[in-house]
Write a protein that binds this ligand. Structure first.
Ligand code: GRF
Length: 214
C-alpha cells in the first residue's frame, strides 16, 4: 500500500520537487495527497499543480493566533488522511498540540548537522565557528524547534574560501538526495520512530542518524 503523504511548504519547494521526482521514478512507495502552503505565492504550489497534486493555501495571517492556524492545518491534513507529514521549507513554528497529533509521523529537513545550529542562518554560523564540516539533517519533529530524533545527515566539507551562499548551495544539493531517501525508508516501513528512538531495518540508529558523505 502506498503511504499517503502531506507536504507543507512556504517557498520554492525544491525538496518537494525531489520527493515528487522520487515518487515518479518509483523510489518512494507513496503518494503526495496534498501540498499545503502558508503563502499564496510559494513557487512550490506551481510544482505541485504541475504534478497534478492537490494544493491548499492556509495563510497564517487569516487566523487570530497560532492555535487557530494549527487547528485548521491539522484538520486539512486529517481530511486528506495523510499518514506522513513532510515539512519541506515550512517556515512556521508548530504548536505542541499539532506536533503531538502527528507524533512519529512528521519529518523535517534542517540545513545543519544537528544538534548544531538550530534556527536560521545555519551556513554562516558554521563558517563563523570555523567548522570544517557541515550538512543537513532529516529528523522526526518534536515540540522543540529543530529537535527530535535524527534519521539521516549529509556531510559536506567547508572550503577555506567558502561563503554562506556557496555553502547553502552545496548543502541544498544533498538535501534533495537525503529527503527522498528518508521518505522512502518510512514508506517502506523500514524506518520507525519508537519512544523517540529510530530503528532502520529494526536496528537502532545512532543519535545523529545514518550518514551520507559528499
Ligand atoms: C531548505 O534549505 C531546508 O533545509 C529548509 O528550508 C529550505 C527549503 O528549500 N528547512 P526548498 O523550498 O525545498 O527549496
Amino acid at each position: 500500500m502506498k503511504k499517503r503523504i502531506a507536504v507543507l511548504i512556504s517557498g520554492s519547494g525544491s525538496n518537494l520537487q525531489a520527493i515528487i521526482d522520487a515518487i515518479n521514478d518509483k523510489s518512494i512507495n507513496g503518494e503526495i495527497v496534498v501540498v499545503i502552503s502558508n503563502r499564496a505565492d510559494a513557487y512550490g504550489l506551481s510544482r505541485a499543480k504541475q504534478a497534478n497534486i492537490a494544493t491548499k493555501v492556509l495563510q497564517h495571517t487569516d487566523y487570530q493566533n497560532r492555535i487557530d492556524f494549527d487547528q485548521a492545518l491539522l484538520k486539512t491534513i486529517d481530511h486528506y488522511q495523510a499518514e506522513l507529514v513532510v515539512l519541506a521549507g515550512f517556515m512556521r513554528i508548530l504548536s505542541a498540540e499539532f506536533v503531538n497529533h502527528f507524533a512519529d509521523k512528521m519529518l523535517n529537513i534542517h540545513p545543519s548537522l544537528l544538534p548544531k545550529y538550530k534556527g536560521l542562518t545555519t551556513h554562516q554560523r558554521a563558517i563563523d565557528a570555523g567548522d570544517k564540516l557541515h550538512g543537513c539533517s532529516v529528523h522526526f519533529v518534536t515540540a522543540q524547534l529543530d529537535d527530535g530524533p535524527i534519521a539521516l545527515q549529509t556531510i559536506v566539507a567547508i572550503a577555506a574560501d567558502e561563503s554562506a551562499a556557496s555553502l547553502q548551495k552545496k548543502v541544498h544539493v544533498t538535501e534533495h538526495i537525503a529527503y527522498p531517501k528518508v521518505v522512502a525508508w518510512y514508506c517502506d516501513e523500514r524506518l520507525k520512530c519508537i519512544e523517540n528512538k529510530l530503528y532502520l531495518d529494526s536496528e537502532l540508529l545512532s543519535e545523529t542518524g545514518f550518514k551520507l558523505s559528499f
